[in-house]
Unconditional design. Structure first.
Ligand code: PLP
Length: 383
């Protein structure tokens, strides 16, 4: 696809009218789509928003640069306030991290310290597979890790997780990633509420909503609603790395009641927010058209991939994020290598979900390229 038709297609994305014609035009008419090459590989292996950051974020960084020799206090304080008001909460409900990774790390450290002070054991109860930073930060602190495999339909086995937490003699940290990485599936609030709204001193929930901004399924309700009701044993983490595409600037945050935030903040690196990241995050929050455009683009990309997966007959999980988990009908490592040889970097397998691969949804143009390569693989009998 040449640049002119690509521009046309992205403006159609903006108008929201393009779906069928775009798929017909760019996927069916494969001769017009340019394939990736060594100089222009397709990077579909990490989950940043492939559109890149908002122009307003870029402008904010440039404007803030001359004063960036100072500490980031003002920009950071403003960011805390604006995140709070986004959810009609106070500054004291917000903890800004150097990416949400730091918020997860500080929460784990806070809970390990709490268990130590109480003289009780601590475990992490986590689905498997899921995003593993809570596990990685727990391991060096001697936390017992209890992994609960996903059910056959790739959903969380919440009954088993709750049972394991109830049976534990000590403090359980429960990590729930919603939507889950790598499946991109949501856990409906109707399934979470009965367990999560139980408040006990022995169980603490870390709900990771890194991809929540992509979700359109009304069955998803953010756990921030429970924080608003004053739930004590919960922190919800969010990030500017995904839909806002500020991954390299490292801004994330946690939402919890003020007592939890104060306890988590003790374990954060002091002055953890860089000025560029803070002003870019502030500008991104205000740039609603950028979010709308990103969502439309992501939905179109998903449709392009789903259409191809349906045609080929490859099973996939219902995605509510900017990636999709699909079967490859064969060995995933071989598939990944063959894709890399075709200059397409796809994600990876997440055992114990063997035979499935995580694919990041790039721009519609990128996904049109991906689909051609995938169909070529199918013709060769590789998928
Ligand atoms: N949570 C999930 C589910 C993720 O996928 C990631 C990054 O890949 C993170 C948290 C960490 O994001 P960051 O530290 O950039 O905010």
């Amino acid at each position: 696809m040449d640049r002119r038709s690509f521009l046309k297609s992205t403006s159609l994305v903006a108008s929201g009218l393009a779906l069928n014609s775009f798929i017909k035009q760019s996927v069916a008419n494969t001769s017009t789509v340019q394939l990736p090459d060594a100089k222009h590989p397709l990077l579909l292996n990490f989950n940043e928003n492939s559109l890149g950051m908002s122009e307003k974020a870029k402008q904010a960084i440039i404007a803030a640069l001359p004063n960036s020799f100072r500490y980031p206090d003002d920009a950071r304080a403003q960011l805390v306030t604006n995140i709070g008001s986004l959810y009609s909460l106070s500054d004291k409900h917000v903890s800004v991290g150097n990416g949400s990774s730091e918020t997860i790390q500080a929460t784990v450290a806070m809970l390990v310290n709490k268990a130590r002070k109480r003289g009780v054991k601590i475990q992490l109860v986590t689905p498997d597979p899921t995003f593993n930073y809570a596990e990685l930060y727990s391991l060096p602190l001697g936390v017992q890790i209890t992994k609960v495999p996903l059910k056959a339909d790739l959903s969380f086995d919440l009954v088993k997780m709750e049972q394991i937490a109830n049976d534990f003699d000590g403090l359980s940290m429960i990590y729930l990633c919603n939507p889950n990485n790598p499946t991109a599936m949501i856990t409906p609030h109707s399934q979470l509420d009965s367990w999560m709204s139980k408040v006990t001193d022995d169980q603490f929930f870390i709900v990771d909503e890194a991809y929540a901004e992509f979700v359109e399924d009304p069955n998803f309700i953010s756990a921030i609603e429970l924080v608003k009701k004053g739930q004590k044993n919960l922190i919800v983490t969010r990030t500017f790395s995904k839909i806002f595409a500020l991954a390299g600037l490292r801004v994330g945050y946690g939402i919890a009641i003020p007592e939890v935030i104060a306890a988590v903040d003790e374990f954060l690196s002091i002055d953890n927010t860089n000025t560029a990241g803070a002003v870019a995050a502030l500008a991104s929050l205000n740039d609603k058209p950028f979010i709308t455009h990103s969502l439309k683009s992501n939905n179109l990309s998903r449709k392009i991939v789903e259409t191809a997966l349906n045609e080929i007959g490859l099973e996939y999980a219902p995605s509510q994020a900017n990636f999709i988990f699909h079967k490859v009908n064969g060995d995933v490592k071989t598939y990944k290598q063959r894709m890399a040889d075709a200059n397409v970097m796809v994600g990876r397998e997440f055992p114990p979900a063997v035979g499935w691969n995580r694919l990041t949804l790039g721009t519609p143009e990128e996904m049109a390229q991906f689909v051609i390569v995938l169909k070529q693989f199918h013709q060769k009998g590789w998928v």
